[in-house]
Design a protein around this ligand. Structure first.
Ligand code: AMP
Ligand code: MG
Length: 414
């Protein structure tokens, strides 16, 4: 029997549960949006250029465009016949260098005909570099200049037809810059996935309402909404359903009619007498599984409601956070059109002994510069402060009950 199932009959391993969830999720549709709205969106198709870049030969320096054959190892003085700022249209006016002639030229300005090199202003006798100073009548150059010096040739960075961005990928600021450089006004992207979010529990009150006996604030909704948005999806906030069949059903119905691509709930999926979520999901959908061999987060439900994938996270705040990161984030990545990837893992050394109960455990810890890991406090799944204080979750594999100080374990940076 695989270790993940030892002492945990009917429980899926974390890996199996991830696979089952990802297997039943498809990416959302594609659309075309303006470039200025495309940051962080997921590119849906490869981008090929429709032109060269640069589009014309131009100067890489502020200086003088010359014919390199005019230069020599001794000094030569050239007649400055034109002044070419960036943005000059060379088809207007005379910008053609004859032997013995030079043009003052600025970085990015098009190279005049006849010129094949640019000498930086610092390497000439022309010292007046104040903004607005007119071009001199003559310029002296005292070294041999090679053809091509300080010239950016047409197509030297990017050639027509080249693939410059490969889909799928989340567009970063530098990608947006590149698309703008090539004049791409619109971008093919995946739609933003829509995730309906609900909490459940009679004890929950929204933040801002005065707590009365036995009540607590609904902290999962704001936390999970932030996680959903950070994962790149839109949140449809449905609020809290009290622990009644009809209340749970009415929120799930609202989720179904709100055009959601995924429904995420928290709490009400355990074995409590008022845990109705599983039952209501099964009325109009089906449950695929509802327990995973992990800690925190064993009561995790997955299925579909009216054809929409449904993830029922546990209610304890740390369990809700961790199971979102392990399962729901990847589900949102897949919906978004991305290849889902587990979070970044590193190997760390335990500064203290740790214990587990044999489930795959995610322990809140702080990993220091030296790679040593210390737990941030007691590991109760309601202790959100010990999660806030942590910068990593130590992963203790299923089947392992303790690890001594000094041992190496895998850690997942959060
Ligand atoms: P349950 O899964 O409904 O048994 O909830 C497990 C624990 O998590 C209980 O202590 C709940 O009060 C708590 N809990 C459930 N939902 C939330 C929530 N939205 N915010 C904060 N705590 C919650
Ligand atoms: Mg409850």
């Amino acid at each position: 029997m695989p270790p993940s199932l030892t002492g945990a009959m009917n429980l899926l391993s974390v890996q199996q549960a991830r696979e089952r969830i990802l297997h039943s999720i498809q990416s959302v549709g594609q659309t075309i949006i303006p470039l200025d709205q495309a940051a962080r969106r997921v590119l849906a198709r490869d981008i090929h250029t429709a032109d060269d870049f640069p589009l014309f030969d131009n100067s890489a320096m502020d200086g003088f465009a010359i014919r390199s054959s005019d230069s020599s190892t001794s000094s030569v003085t050239l007649h400055v016949v034109s002044d070419i700022p960036a943005g000059t249209d060379l088809t207007r006016g005379v910008h053609q260098l004859a032997p013995g002639e030079a043009a003052r030229i600025m970085t990015g300005a098009p190279l005049p005909g006849g010129a094949d090199a640019v000498v930086p202003v610092e390497e000439t006798d022309f010292n007046s570099r104040d903004p607005g100073s007119p071009a001199p009548a003559h310029v002296t150059i005292s070294r041999l200049v090679k053809p091509g010096e300080n010239i950016r040739r047409r197509g030297s960075d990017i050639q027509l037809g080249q693939t410059i961005l490969t889909a799928p990928a989340r567009l970063r600021p530098q990608d947006i810059g590149l698309l703008a450089m090539l004049g791409q006004e619109t971008v093919p992207v995946y739609e933003l996935p829509r995730v309906a979010l609900l909490s459940s529990g009679d004890e929950l009150l929204p933040v801002g309402e005065q707590l009365t006996g036995g009540r607590i604030h609904d902290s999962n909704s704001p936390m999970l909404a932030a996680q959903i948005e950070e994962a790149g999806a839109q949140v449809i906030r449905l609020g809290v359903a009290p622990d009644e069949r009809t209340a749970v059903e009415s929120l799930l119905e609202r989720a179904a009619t709100s055009d959601a691509d995924l429904i995420i709930s928290s709490a009400g999926v355990s074995v409590g007498a008022f845990d109705f979520i599983k039952e209501v999901v099964e009325m109009k959908g089906k449950l695929d599984f509802w327990r995973v061999n992990m800690r925190p987060g064993k009561p995790l439900a997955f299925g579909e409601y009216r054809g929409i994938p449904f993830i029922g996270l546990p209610g304890n705040p740390v369990s809700a956070f961790v199971t979102f990161e392990v399962f729901a984030r990847s589900a949102i990545e897949k919906l978004s059109g991305l290849e889902p990837r587990p979070g970044r893992r590193i190997t760390v050394r335990l500064a203290e002994a740790v214990e587990s109960d044999g489930r795959e455990s995610y322990l809140r810890a702080i990993v220091g510069e030296d790679g040593s890991a210390k737990l941030t406090g007691h590991q109760g799944s309601g202790n959100l402060l010990s999660l806030v204080d942590a910068n990593a979750l130590l992963i203790i594999p299923a089947g392992v009950k303790s690890r001594p100080a000094g041992q190496e374990v895998e850690a997942w940076l959060v």
